[in-house]
Design a protein around this ligand. Structure first.
Ligand code: COA
Length: 379
């Protein structure tokens, strides 16, 4: 029998994934970057010789893999990213009548999630597009996704950088707890290649493109095989160590409109040092509050930014080095996909878990922000 509690109890019914067809290996990326460095240094040889300009340094495959664990990244626009004279994605501007590229990949991820749940779009009440970089100010990308899928109800965009998906899951779960919705799609389309400075040696290897979707629903409505949401917890603390100053006020200072801070910039070392303890504490507190021991965590689906960070976070939580089975990695082939990373990890690594198994989805990043979602496979 279904109780009123079941109606208000949020679960994850399914997830969806859209992966771009093209991938760039570290070797391809470094070859292009180093060709750019050689070209730049040759063009400015006299100024470098005179000490008026500093020569650019080459990148290295070994450094990238050792520092980050990233071996490749999926991208929507490979040729232009690798073209030394362009070094950023190229998307032809679309007329307003055509779906925008961000909504398009979001729809692909969302359709996958709907199909896996056997859910008809007509039964979905709301769409949240939760991601790091929104293509435009308005109308909301979420409303465009809603329209493309034929969903009634409402949609809006939200941005909490790399933590957007977990913040979106809590928002959707709260709608369900409050009885304001029964079925909510949380869509995270991430075109990180568009905000990455592919000419910056410190960060050119970090990001990739992808779209994920999470269908959050009321327990009594959800299909068999869903995941109960035992609890969600969010945390933010202001930091300038990951920042992107792109915005509509850039036009008010045209002299600095195209400077490097209008793309992703970070103090990677500081981020590493400050975010690891913040996330370790968040997860430890969260599971303790729910009465779950670290040894009861069957799997951790962590944000996918840096393999070393994930190793340390898992160690802090579990008290031992996590195996690939306990804390799976997808950043080796997907790179950092911002808010989508922990959802990809979950999507690709949950089918072997059994009813009663408990796990945690946790994302973290700019803000700083961190979100954790504790889930248990339903009987
Ligand atoms: N190729 C070769 N060498 C490079 C390089 C590259 N592409 N980029 C930097 N280096 C050099 C630096 O110049 C530096 O040289 P030095 O020691 O002579 O000064 C050295 O490598 C170390 O650089 P550093 O930036 O301190 O590396 P790191 O070990 O901190 O790794 C990150 C860099 C970005 C991979 C790492 O800090 C990180 O992932 N941090 C967490 C970031 C994160 O999670 N961000 C969230 C984003 S949403």
């Amino acid at each position: 029998m279904t109780s009123a509690y079941d109606q208000a109890r949020p679960v994850i019914s399914s997830t969806g994934l859209f992966t771009p067809a093209d991938s760039i290996s570290n070797e391809e990326l470094v070859a292009s970057f180093n060709a750019y460095v050689a070209q730049h240094n040759a063009q400015h040889a006299a100024a470098i010789e005179a000490g008026e300009m500093v020569a650019l340094q080459p990148s290295s495959v070994e450094f990238i893999e050792k520092a980050s664990g990233i071996k490749a990244r999926k991208v929507l626009s490979k040729a232009s990213i690798l073209d030394v004279d362009v070094m950023c994605p190229r998307f032809e501007e679309r007329p307003n009548e055509q779906i925008s590229v961000l909504a398009e990949i979001g729809v692909a991820g969302a359709r996958d999630a709907l199909e896996r749940a056997g859910r008809d779009a007509k039964d979905v009440d709301a769409v949240l597009v939760a991601c790091s970089n929104l293509q435009r100010a308005y109308p909301a990308i979420a409303i465009e996704v809603q329209d493309a899928l034929g969903i009634e109800g409402f949609g809006f965009d939200m941005n909490v950088a790399c933590s957007s998906a977990t913040f979106g899951i809590q928002t959707a779960a709260d709608f369900i707890r409050a009885g304001n919705a029964r079925s909510v799609l949380v869509v995270s389309p991430e075109i990180c290649s568009g905000h990455l400075n592919w000419r910056d040696r410190d960060s050119h290897f970090i990001f990739g493109d992808v779209a994920t979707a999470v269908l959050v629903e009321a327990a009594d409505f959800a299909p068999a095989g869903h995941w109960d949401i035992l609890g969600t917890q969010l945390k933010t603390r202001f930091s300038n160590n990951i920042r992107n100053n792109f915005g509509f006020l850039n036009r008010t200072a045209p002299e600095t409109r195209d400077s490097a801070d209008k793309l992703f910039v970070q103090e990677g070392r500081k981020v590493f040092k400050e975010v690891v303890p913040m996330v370790g504490e968040l997860i430890t507190d969260h599971i303790a509050r729910l009465g779950i021991a670290p040894s009861d965590l069957r799997r951790m689906w962590l944000h996918q930014a840096n393999a070393g960070m994930n190793r340390l976070i898992a160690q802090r939580v579990l008290g031992h080095e996590a195996s690939e089975d306990e804390s799976p990695t997808v950043l080796d082939t997907y790179a950092n996909t911002s808010s989508a990373g922990s959802i990809i990890a979950f999507h690709l690594n949950n089918e072997d878990l059994k009813p009663g198994d408990t796990g945690i989805i946790c994302s973290f990043g700019a803000g700083y922000s961190a979100g954790s979602v504790v889930i248990r496979k339903a009987a």
